[in-house]
Design a binder for this molecule. Structure first.
Ligand SMILES: NC(=O)c1ccc[n+]([C@@H]2O[C@H](COP(=O)([O-])OP(=O)(O)OC[C@H]3O[C@@H](n4cnc5c(N)ncnc54)[C@H](O)[C@@H]3O)[C@@H](O)[C@H]2O)c1
Ligand SMILES: O=c1ccn([C@@H]2O[C@H](COP(=O)(O)OP(=O)(O)O[C@H]3O[C@H](CO)[C@@H](O)[C@H](O)[C@H]3O)[C@@H](O)[C@H]2O)c(=O)[nH]1
Length: 436
C-alpha cells in the first residue's frame, strides 16, 4: 500500500519504519528540513534502540522515503498524522500542530485517501479535524482514529507486537482498508466509534499512571510501617486481576505522555462538569514523588549547601534520550536551589539535558568522572549500565559512600556485600552497612 506519515517524531518515525518493514511503500513527511536531511542519510534524530538498522534497510530496499514536500501526498491511499499534541499552559491539549497539518494536507489529498489520526487527541478532535480538512479541500473525506500505544525505548517491539490495534471509524470500508494495512502484523484489532477510540487512549494512559501513583502511595506507607514495597508489589502482582506490570515504585512518572494525558483528561472531565478527583490525586502523588530524594537527603545531611551530589540518569526512563517532563529536571533544580553542586551523567540524554539544565549543573563524561569526590549519589534513571555498577568500586571514588536510589536498582544482597554504605531507596527500609 502507498502510505504517507506526517511527523517524524518518536511515533511517526517508528510507525513509518515498521510499516515499510512489513512491505508497504512509505513516505514520511516533516516540516523540519534538518530532520529530513538527516533521515535521508539514515541518521536518526532520536535515540531509539533498533530503529537505525530498520531505517537503513528499508531505505535501501526502496520502501521508505523522506521529504518535506506535501505534493508527495497525491497518490497515497492512507495518510497517517502523527504530529505532536503537547499540553498548553491552561491544561488543554495544544492542537495547533495537528490543525496546521490538516490544513497543510488539504490541497494535496485525493477523495479516496483515508486520513488516520495517530496523535493523541481529546475526544471530538477527529471530527473537528475532518471538518477542517473538508472545509479546505471542498469534498468529504474518511477519517479514522487510530491511537498509538508504543513506549519510547521499545518502540519497534511495541509496534510489531502491539497488544491491540484500535480503529475508531464511521465508514466501514475505510476501517477495512486500515485493517488490511495492519494485516501482516497479525495483531488483535478492536473496531470502535471514533470517540471511543480517542477515549481508549486517554483512559489507558490514565490507568497506567494511576497504577504507578498507587504503588508509590503504597511505597510511602511501607516506609512508615517498615515493610518492603518490592515484596508487596510482587505479592500484589501475582494476582492476575492486578498484574505485575507498572508496579515499579520510584520518583514518579515522566515523559511526553503520562503527565500531559492525565492532565488533559482531567481538564476534559472538568469541562463536562465530571468529578475526576482520582486523576487529580494521581497527578499530586506523582508531583510529590519527585521531591522524595531531595527530602531524604535533607533529612540525612541537614542542609545541602556546598554538598557535591552526583545524579546518574537524566532521561525520563532508560533507553531514551527524551527529557520531556523528566523527574531529573525537578531534582536538579531543587538541589541547586538548596546550594548543592550537581554533576550528572546519562548514557543518551546529555545533549537534550544540556539544553534544559546547562546553566544549572555540570555534566560528566562517565560514571567514574561523575561520582568522583561526591558527598552523595542520586540514582534517577534505571539504565542497565547503572544497575550493573560495581558498587564497591563506585563507593571508593566518592567522598562519602551514600546512595539515594530513586529507582530501587539494587537488591538487599548487593548492598550487604559492600564494606561501608548508606543506602536509601523508595519504599524499603534504609540500609546502613559498616558504619558505627
Ligand atoms: N512519544 C511517544 O511515546 C508517544 C506514544 C504514543 C502516542 N504519542 C502521541 O503521538 C503524537 C506524536 O508524539 P511524538 O512524541 O512522536 O512527537 P514529536 O514531538 O517527537 O514529533 C512530532 C513531529 O511532528 C512534526 N510536525 C509538526 N507539525 C507538522 C506538520 N504540519 N507536518 C509534518 N510534520 C509536522 C515535528 O517537526 C516533529 O518532527 C502526540 O500526540 C503524542 O501524544 C506519543
Ligand atoms: O512501573 C512503572 C512503570 C513506569 N514508570 C514510569 O512511567 C513513565 C512512563 O514509562 P513508560 O510507560 O514505559 O514510557 P512511555 O514511553 O511514556 O509510554 C507511555 O506513554 C505512551 C504515550 O502515550 C504510550 O503509548 C505507552 O503505552 C505508555 O506506556 C516513566 O517515567 C517510567 O519511569 C514507573 O515509575 N513505574
Amino acid at each position: 500500500m502507498k502510505i504517507a506519515v506526517l511527523g517524524t517524531g518518536y511515533v511517526g518515525l517508528s510507525t513509518g519504519v515498521c510499516l515499510s518493514e512489513i512491505g508497504h511503500n512509505v513516505t514520511c513527511i516533516d516540516i523540519n528540513k534538518e530532520k529530513i536531511k538527516h533521515l535521508r542519510q539514515g541518521i536518526l534524530p532520536i535515540y531509539e534502540p533498533g530503529l537505525e538498522a530498520l531505517l537503513a534497510s528499508n531505505i535501501t530496499a526502496g520502501r521508505l522515503r523522506f521529504t518535506t514536500d506535501r505534493k508527495e501526498l497525491k497518490d497515497k491511499e492512507i495518510i497517517i498524522i502523527a504530529v505532536g499534541t503537547p499540553q498548553r499552559e491552561d491544561g488543554e491539549a495544544d492542537l495547533s500542530y495537528i490543525e496546521q497539518a490538516a490544513k497543510d494536507i488539504s490541497g494535496y489529498i485525493a477523495e479516496s485517501s483515508i486520513i488516520v489520526i495517530k496523535s493523541t487527541v481529546p475526544v471530538g478532535t477527529n471530527e473537528y479535524i475532518k471538518k477542517t480538512i473538508e472545509k479546505e479541500c471542498g469534498f468529504s473525506i474518511q477519517i479514522i482514529s487510530n491511537p498509538e500505544f508504543l513506549r519510547q525505548g521499545s518502540a519497534i517491539h511495541d509496534t510489531m507486537n502491539a497488544d491491540r490495534i484500535i480503529i475508531g471509524y464511521e465508514n466501514k470500508a475505510a476501517a477495512m482498508k486500515l485493517q488490511e494495512m495492519y494485516r501482516p502484523l497479525n495483531l488483535p484489532i478492536l473496531l470502535t466509534s471514533i470517540r471511543s477510540a480517542e477515549m481508549i487512549k486517554y483512559a489507558s494512559n490514565a490507568f497506567l499512571a494511576t497504577k504507578i501513583s498507587f504503588i508509590n502511595a503504597m511505597a510511602n506507607i511501607c516506609e512508615a510501617v517498615g515493610a518492603n514495597i518490592e515484596d508487596v508489589a510482587q505479592g500484589m502482582g501475582k494476582d492476575k486481576r492486578i498484574g505485575e506490570a507498572f508496579l515499579k515504585p520510584g520518583i514518579g512518572y515522566g515523559g511526553s505522555c503520562f503527565p500531559k494525558d492525565v492532565e488533559v483528561l482531567h481538564h476534559t472531565a472538568s469541562l463536562y462538569g465530571i468529578n475526576s478527583s482520582l486523576l487529580k490525586e494521581t497527578i499530586e502523588i506523582n508531583e510529590s514523588q519527585k521531591d522524595l530524594l531531595v527530602k531524604k537527603a535533607l533529612i540525612r545531611f541537614g542542609k545541602l549547601k556546598g554538598k557535591k551530589i552526583t545524579m546518574l540518569g537524566l532521561a525520563f526512563k532508560p533507553d531514551t534520550d527524551d527529557m520531556r517532563e523528566a523527574p531529573s529536571i525537578n531534582i536538579a533544580r531543587s538541589l541547586t536551589s538548596l546550594g548543592a553542586e550537581v554533576v550528572a551523567y546519562d548514557p543518551a540524554a546529555m545533549i537534550n539535558a544540556k539544553g534544559i539544565l546547562g546553566d544549572k549543573i555540570l555534566f560528566a563524561n562517565s560514571v567514574d568522572e561523575a561520582v568522583w569526590n561526591a558527598d552523595a549519589l542520586f540514582i534517577v534513571t534505571e539504565w542497565q549500565e547503572f544497575q550493573q555498577l560495581n558498587l564497591p568500586t563506585v563507593l571508593k571514588k566518592m567522598k562519602h559512600p551514600i546512595i539515594f536510589d530513586g529507582r530501587n536498582c539494587f537488591k538487599e544482597d548487593r548492598i550487604k556485600a559492600c564494606e561501608t554504605i548508606e543506602y536509601y531507596s523508595i519504599g524499603r527500609p534504609d540500609m546502613i552497612v559498616g558504619i558505627a
